[in-house]
Ligand binder design. Structure first.
Ligand SMILES: *[C@@H]1O[C@H](CO)[C@@H](O)[C@H](O)[C@H]1NC(C)=O
Ligand SMILES: *[C@@H]1O[C@H](CO)[C@@H](O)[C@H](O)[C@H]1NC(C)=O
Ligand SMILES: *[C@@H]1O[C@H](CO)[C@@H](O)[C@H](O)[C@H]1NC(C)=O
Ligand SMILES: *[C@@H]1O[C@H](CO)[C@@H](O)[C@H](O)[C@H]1NC(C)=O
Ligand SMILES: [Cu+2]
Length: 356
């Protein structure tokens, strides 16, 4: 039932590349004929975002007076990086909230892979579920590990031409480590990974992998060659601009999940490319970027805060039931259930954050 998810980075990307080149041809034709209109729309869109954010910032809403701001990782100074990384390390010392023998650090991969998260992939709830998931992570960092800032995000559009040299990577204690170069770990002979032995999360021991309980090391295996090249094409700023102009939520959510969301895991490999991707702390910075793109999209389109739609269940036939704003988001006991409608706007008493 979940085989599509597991197989995506390997099997589906060539197909998606085909789709994209078809789409690219159509787009380039449209672009050709309507270049003027396109430029006008883009400038108006940017103007709208600027005006909108000024409006939001200058007129505090009643329920969210002081939103938490999420910032790009490279704008963090060393002290801020240290504070964030120490807070994430601290999660390993907090007992599980969902009642396993491990720490709350491992509750997140559990909730994503084995708990309620996996069922939201391939459905309308993909973006809302991950928004709430990030919010819970941010809250645990703040409430239980004394972290004071907002989550960092990784804007990989700034790095697409040299993605493996992005500032998130580094062997020192203020970065997320590099490629896996330690022991080789072979999972049922299918996936080969190498332990990450540098950076802040070197030699992290984990207990869930993909859909099962299995002790292993945090691992990565950076892609190389033409596959790496092909994957980074999804992250081009031009691609993201086009994506942000998608008029309806359903197509936006679907495109985000299938292509943009999968490109980074397919590049990084190891834990990141499994259902237990939250084993790799960098996953949260990638997902904050995806959430930020949704947030941008919501501010760009007149009904962005209320437009919602798509399948209620993964792999559902087109005639099957459709999801709606009253649908429930569950978090495997990490946090109370919530309705999709409650996470559509990031500036309410429930969420209360913004991006800059
Ligand atoms: C926790 O560990 C104990 C002792 O090793 C074991 O009996 C129990 O089944 C474990 N609980 C879970 C939820 O894995
Ligand atoms: C991680 O493990 C490797 C191999 O066992 C070792 O060389 C390295 O010093 C360890 N790094 C840290 C930070 O513990
Ligand atoms: C990452 O490490 C793996 C395993 O050691 C290796 O096969 C791969 O070539 C490395 N990738 C890069 C980009 O260096
Ligand atoms: C990358 O894309 C090119 C052009 O579409 C294709 O020929 C090549 O096979 C792709 N490489 C991989 C590894 O998928
Ligand atoms: Cu996910």
């Amino acid at each position: 039932m979940f085989s599509a998810y597991k197989a995506l980075p390997y099997d589906e990307l060539p197909e998606s590349a085909k789709t994209s080149s078809r789409a690219a041809k159509i787009l380039s034709r449209i672009y050709h004929y309507t270049i003027g209109a396109y430029l006008v729309v883009t400038s108006l869109a940017l103007l709208f975002i600027v005006l909108h954010s000024l409006f939001i910032v200058s007129l505090p809403s009643e329920k969210c007076q002081r939103p938490m701001f999420r910032r790009e990782w490279r704008t963090f100074d060393d002290q801020e990086k240290k504070n964030y990384i120490e807070a994430v390390q601290c999660l390993k010392d907090i007992p599980s909230k969902i009642g396993t023998n491990y720490s709350i650090f491992e509750d997140f991969p559990y909730a994503h892979a084995i708990g309620d998260g996996i069922k939201t992939h391939g459905t309308a709830r993909f973006l809302p579920w991950h928004r709430y998931f990030l919010h819970i992570y941010e809250q645990v960092l703040q409430d239980q590990c004394g972290y004071r800032g907002g989550l960092p995000y990784w804007d990989w559009t700034l790095d697409w031409q040299h993605i493996l040299k992005a500032p998130v990577w580094g062997a020192g204690s203020l970065a997320f480590g590099t490629n896996g170069t330690g022991d080789t770990f072979i999972d049922a002979g299918v996936l080969q990974r190498n332990c990450v032995v540098d950076g802040a999360f070197a030699n992290t021991t984990l207990h869930y992998l993909d859909n099962k309980q299995l002790q292993h090391c945090l691992s990565r295996g950076f892609n190389t060659g033409s596959l790496l090249h092909n994957l980074t094409m999804w992250l081009r700023p031009k691609n993201i601009e086009t994506l942000l102009l998608t008029p309806r939520y359903e197509q936006f959510n679907e495109h985000m999940e299938r292509y943009i969301h999968l490109a980074i895991p397919a590049i990084v490999q190891g834990d990141f490319v499994t259902r237990t991707s939250p084993n790799d702390p960098l996953t949260f910075l990638h997902h904050a970027q995806l959430d930020r793109l949704w947030w941008l999209w919501q501010h760009l389109h007149p009904h962005g805060m209320s437009d919602y739609g798509g399948a209620a269940y993964r792999d559902a036939a087109p005639s099957a039931s459709r999801d709606n704003l009253q649908s429930i988001i569950r978090m495997s006991g990490l946090a109370p259930d919530i309705r999709v409608a409650e996470v559509m706007n990031t500036r309410t008493s429930v969420l209360c954050y913004s991006y800059n």
